[in-house]
Design a protein around this ligand. Sequence first.
Ligand SMILES: [Zn+2]
Length: 129
Amino acid sequence: MSNWQDYPCKEWTGALTKGYGRVWDTAKKKVVYVHRKTMEDAYGPSDLDVCHECDNPKCYELRHLRYGTVTSNLNDIKRNNRVYRKINQETADLIRASSGRHVDIGRQHGVSKALVQKIKAGHQWQNPI
Ligand SMILES: [Zn+2]
């Protein structure tokens, strides 16, 4: 098994968008990223991001590309934060200071019992990113 470093970058010399090579995809009838098309032609389509091992956006050498999870990781972070976005800092403090049944506190502040539990359990309040 050889390393991707053993192969030189194949740099796209055509049109670029944000530094990435763009090419017309006759099957899709639209302009696509060269590195993504290279991956899809080789491994099939994926929702995952195509990552460059070589950090060279222009490169479309198949051995330098891999499907990564950058986007899905970001989505996970956003999903986790969304629950906190429904309320503001002040409400979180009020909830933390309240006593009584979680369901009642939640109803009072218009949030779910689960969120009250989370805040009460000492989950650090995080300002939205
Ligand atoms: Zn490369």
